[in-house]
Write a protein that binds this ligand. Structure first.
Ligand code: SF4
Length: 399
């Protein structure tokens, strides 16, 4: 039985009652897209490409924000989380990756279960989720991950474990001579709660072959997530853009995700993020401008009609763009984070020391209402930042 996507079942009815901004009304393509959505339709790949190329940003973001409003009103969600990477040693060498190291590199590391737990200890009582991904370790089998999750749950039973990209699951299964389903079942029993969705990159194999040769194929990514959904493990899905892909490739990516979601329903959140180039090996990457980042986030909200949450991943896009993103269709901002390596080694300079109050303030100064959530959006708590802290507003783009 498919997992049920959360929230907003009647969002199309709400959407039909919202006032239509002039910037949408005056653009036939945007108006057509709005009407399609209201009438239970889906914006097709061709229209999506057209929107991407030809719509003016204020109208595009206004439409995306109408859809976000119809699902969640003014609310923007965040959680208090911590990133811990299990290892940076990896048997692959994706060309966009600044994080991986060879086993003999002086900065290579591999955490024991005890070391993993000790990274969480300082955040005990504050965070409710640990986000744990890493490289494909040449020696680790499933036992190592089971030990990490079991020890984490023994010490911190209330912390949700969001861990493993699809290619890590595939690697663990292969190293342990297990099927994907057997692997996920064992990991779930050991304490794994959800999958973060990393590694989707672009779900077009000709692109994958050039930017991440050796990684799972597009259909394998979807199949691993489908099996997780079947087992009741919710997952996120992602998109890495600004490498070598075309606009049509991005549309194919959206279409594959929403088709998967139609049948298994377990994607909670879509996380789009642009390629960051420091320490990578992809000189032909086109890179995405700030304008393009916001454009992609807005289009993802318009295209992905069956994935409830769209995330502004501040570790990658920074606080300024994140504040624009939550006025352009995104309803979630990640997160307090505590520690982050993957984006920072590739050039991110985003602060990692935000507490709940600072993040709430960022959301309020962007004109939205902060809501603290748990890992699976099942516990929601509207909060306000401390009054004295409100001073300088971050500028937002006009709608
Ligand atoms: S992206 Fe993941 S799989 Fe690819 S090289 Fe980096 S750590 Fe390894």
């Amino acid at each position: 039985m498919p997992m049920q996507p959360q929230t907003g079942a009647d969002w199309r009815a709400v959407l039909s009652d919202l006032p239509i901004p002039l910037s949408v009304k005056n653009d036939p393509l945007l108006l057509h897209s709005l009407e399609t959505l209201i009438q239970e339709g889906r914006v097709g790949k061709d229209i999506g490409s057209d929107l991407h190329r030809n719509s003016e940003l204020p109208g595009l973001t206004a439409l995306a924000q109408m859809i976000k409003q119809s699902r969640f009103g003014g609310q923007v969600f965040f959680n208090e989380n911590l990133h811990v990477n299990t290892t940076n040693i990896c048997t692959l060498a994706c060309r966009f990756c600044a994080f991986r190291k060879g086993p003999r590199h002086r900065d290579a590391y591999s955490l024991s279960a005890e070391e993993f737990v000790s990274r969480i200890e300082p955040y005990q009582g504050v965070i409710d989720e640990v986000h744990a991904v890493g490289g494909l370790h040449p020696e680790w089998k499933i036992d190592h991950y089971m030990k990490i999750y079991e020890l984490t749950k023994r010490h911190f039973p209330d912390i949700s474990i969001k861990s493993l990209t699809a290619v890590e699951v595939k690697h663990i299964a292969s190293r342990s001579h297990l099927s994907i389903k057997q692997t996920l079942k064992k990991l779930q029993k050991s304490g794994l709660n959800s999958l973060p969705g990393g590694g989707a990159e672009i779900l077009v194999d000709s692109v994958r072959d050039r930017i991440c040769m050796g990684k799972e194929k597009s259909l394998e990514y979807l199949e691993i997530h489908a099996i997780a959904h079947e087992l009741g493990i919710p997952t996120n899905c992602t998109m890495l853009f600004g490498t070598i892909e075309t606009i049509e490739d991005r549309m194919t990516h959206f279409d594959m995700l929403r088709t998967q979601q139609d049948s298994t329903g377990g994607f909670q959140c879509f996380v789009p993020y642009p390629f960051l180039e420091d320490n990578t090996r992809l000189p032909e990457a086109k890179l995405a401008s700030g304008e393009e980042v916001i454009r992609v986030i807005a289009i993802s909200r318009i295209m992905l009609d069956n994935i409830p949450h769209i995330k502004a991943y501040r570790m990658n896009i920074g606080d300024h763009l994140a504040s624009i993103a939550i006025n352009s269709g995104a309803d979630d901002i990640d997160g307090t984070v505590g520690h982050e390596e993957i984006m920072h080694v590739a050039g991110s300079t985003t602060n990692v020391d935000y507490d709940s109050d600072k993040l709430a303030r960022l959301i309020e100064l962007s004109g939205q209402e902060p809501v603290k959530r748990d890992s699976t959006y099942s516990r929601l708590q509207p909060i306000s930042s401390k009054p004295s802290a409100q001073s300088k507003a971050l500028p937002i783009i006009g709608q």
